[in-house]
Design a protein around this ligand. Sequence first.
Ligand SMILES: *Cc1c(COP(=O)(O)O)cnc(C)c1O
Length: 400
Amino acid sequence: MNFYADEEGYFGEFGGAYVPEMLFPAIESLRTSYLAVSKTSEFERELRELLRDYVGRPSPLYWSPRLSERYGCELFLKREDLNHTGSHKINNVLGQVLVARALGRKRIIAETGAGQHGVATATACARFGLPCVVYMGAVDVERQSPNVRKMRMLGATVVPVTSGSQTLKDATNEAIRDWIANPNDTHYIIGSAVGPHPFPSMVAQFQSIISDELRDQLLSQVGRSAPDWIIACVGGGSNAIGIFYHFLDNAEVKLVGVEAAGDGVHSGRSAATLALGSPGVLHGSKTIVMQDSGGQVLEAHSISAGLDYPGIGPQHAHLSVSGRVRYEQVTDREALEAAVRLARYDGIIPALESAHAFAWLERRQIPAGAVVVVNCSGDGEKDMATYLSFVEQGGGSAIE
Ligand SMILES: *Cc1c(COP(=O)(O)O)cnc(C)c1O
């Protein structure tokens, strides 16, 4: 079974590039050049130095003594929350900014949900002196105000999007509209492993640094280069594909992607795309989409802005259908409890997105003694208001 893209950007039946004609040239130049550009030794050296000296990589692999005891396994956290700007998003953004520069693009646009991708993009644009416009749903502008302030501080223009559900899907539509209007001078930095080919493969390549480091760290910390289990949350799927990447062909490694069930998978308020969706085209690729019987894309709901998306990257759609990765769903409440638990057990406050991955551990499906890695994709500072109101209402009080 092949888990990577073919020439046309298909992962099994999913993927491809479904874009308006106006975007053909921009997508085509990206498709034909990004691999060649990103494989030059000059590019590799510059990216490696940025990831080391600017982002702070490698991100630590941290063994949690108390969670290991709770779950009866050897539990490790891959600490993407410690990256500059507080999440894994910067890994992809720096790679794409270098690609944009090599292609002579002078202006950067992006969409953002939680604001993490917007902050990472605004940061990289400041570093390279590039103008930056970030599209963000008006609802997300409201609930993620610390990140909006950071983007403005960094010199980016934040455009609130008031169409549709005023969240990530609508911000993405607006960014695509901008790119169609400015295809020659602008590069659109997509923030997840979604979109038309070559974006899903390019984003996966830049995020694969996570599993690349993980192999070396496991070897030196536990004496073997592969874990038994890897758990990651899935919005569009970039942190998950990054930590799965180098283990996809090793069937011994069990991979779990955790989607946001919101109020519950069948509550009508969830973002559980793989549980509820069906094949369709969204944001330039064929994938699995939450849609009604008429093909209308449904609104997603999750307490976590970064997982509040009615689609998923095409590679994950394929990994799901092929059975290579198990996708499971946890609710808002389970995620909030898991965030409080991690704070109390390890003194680490995770992003709400990452908290979904930790919440899955409570399902107790891990056999005793297994080596388990959870991707701690981001830092919880942006979610402090949500956490505090949960705790003030008695949430997490049962955590011993
Ligand atoms: C954006 C974000 C996610 C979700 O995006 P993926 O592309 O699925 O990784 C998860 N965690 C954090 C911290 C994020 O900022």
